[in-house]
Design a protein around this ligand. Structure first.
Ligand code: PMT
Length: 404
């Protein structure tokens, strides 16, 4: 079991998502880990100490000034006896305290006193998440090396819609596993090129054609390749997620710009084309904002964009040894993926069904099929981080075999 013997200190903040922390305890223990929990005063409004203790099989800590708790285990010891500290749900208040280094209750004191890595699963109202103060705190915490999982987009308990829902327990448990995963630098000395995110194809100076790609999957692949020791070039369309640390980022807007950036970044040993590139652009962009007129809406004439994957796949010189395309389909996923493997001259296709309510575009989870010339390997639903880790491990093995 992946978390065998690992001790997690789980801090449960106050929010409706606290109920999911009970499922998280189950998920961690199912994977072989153990959980000791701190339940904040606000958290205790949503779940009881009794349920947390029953599921974790451990005493639950709530009070900074409890003589009994201090006698049994001081709060410093509590924060250090774990292998990883996880905050789920992490409210805007907890994030603010962490960013400021405040220590005025047991949870914030433990977070300030710990010498272990901290993984945070934010959960809050969408406006609170988007508020400049929260985003500033987030940037501070990321710079401090705090790990994050989520939040997800979706309908919120308060009736609003957007980012702020706590990541699902399975995704948090995957992130816990990833935090413990030994860093094996299997791609040391290799150059990995990754495309990520959507492209924006201008209609006029204020409008564009785009798609729902968030860049989460491509960025996770770039981050995983960097953790594996590779030199990574990430060519990214316009995204609102932070770029991974330790990679060279080239930000582009259109498919044309993405193609030029990719060509400029060659040579590369491995190239992964995860970007959702627009297949068409407007044939004649207007230099001025299109105006409403009595004649009705303007007719937009489209022209094909260059196919970046196919262009690189068919190179006779400078072709990366291993080229991976993605296929975003809404039906006949495997068949279409096979077609793309052939047509775009790549070595592997990662196919995902982005149809209906799959939530893959923009979400934190993905279900992929690895399609090669003679096999299809279907992976279970995983967090995008986990898909990225597995994909990079697979590519490292294939690359090593091919270079023997
Ligand atoms: O960004 P996220 O929100 O995390 O979502 C991830 C994702 C769903 C975008 C990702 O997993 C994914 O499926 N990416 C590929 C999206 C896509 O454009 O698929 P496609 O089937 O249209 O294209 C096939 C392949 O050709 C892709 O590798 C694509 O990058 C490439 N392509 C497509 C068109 C084009 N003009 N140039 C290209 O290089």
């Amino acid at each position: 079991m992946a978390l065998n013997g690992k001790r997690v200190l789980l801090i449960i903040g106050g929010g409706i998502a606290a109920y999911k922390s009970l499922e998280l305890i189950r998920e961690i223990t199912k994977r072989g880990g153990s959980v000791r929990a701190i339940l904040t005063k606000a958290g205790a409004e949503f779940v009881t100490s009794l349920s947390v203790a029953s599921l974790s099989g451990e005493k639950v800590f709530t009070d900074l000034f409890s003589l009994t708790d201090e006698a049994e285990m001081g709060h410093i010891e509590l924060s250090r006896s774990a292998d990883l500290v996880v905050v789920a749900p992490a409210t805007a208040d907890i994030l603010a305290k962490m960013a400021q280094g405040l220590a005025n209750d047991l949870a914030s004191t433990a977070l300030l006193a710990t010498d272990k890595r901290v993984l945070v699963a934010p959960a809050m109202n969408v406006r609170m998440w988007q508020h400049a103060a929260t985003q500033r705190n987030l940037a501070t915490l990321k710079a401090d090396g705090i790990l994050f999982v989520g939040p997800d987009d979706g309908a919120m308990a308060c009736g609003e819609f957007g980012p702020g829902r706590m990541a699902e327990p399975v995704a948090i448990a995957d992130a816990i596993e990833a935090a413990f995963a030994p860093v094996s630098r299997v791609l040391e000395g290799r150059h990995v090129l990754v495309t990520s995110g959507p492209t924006h194809e201008p209609i006029d100076p204020v409008r564009y054609i785009a798609n729902r790609s968030s860049g989460k999957q491509g960025h996770a692949i770039a981050a995983a390749a960097a953790r594996a020791g590779a030199k990574v070039t990430l060519v990214s369309g316009p995204v609102s997620i932070p770029h991974p640390v330790g990679v060279t980022v080239i930000s582009v807007e259109t498919a044309d710009e993405m193609l030029r950036a990719v060509q400029h970044a060659l040579p590369a040993d491995i190239a992964v084309f995860c970007a959702a590139v627009a297949d068409w652009r407007v044939a004649a962009q207007s230099g001025d904002k299109l105006k409403k007129s009595e004649a009705g809406p303007p007719a937009l004439s489209l022209t094909p964009n260059p196919d970046i994957l196919s262009t690189i796949g068919h190179l006779s010189a400078n072709r990366p040894s291993l080229i991976v395309g993605f296929a975003a389909e809404t039906s006949n996923v495997i068949d279409y993926a096979r077609g793309k493997l052939d047509k775009k001259a790549c070595d592997l296709i990662v196919a995902n069904d982005v149809g209906g309510d799959s939530g893959i575009m923009g979400g934190d989870m993905n279900t992929v099929h690895i399609v090669s010339k003679d096999a299809v390997d279907s992976w279970p639903k995983l967090s995008k981080t986990e898909v990225a880790e597995r994909l990079i491990a697979l590519l490292a093995t294939k690359f090593a075999k091919a270079s023997r």
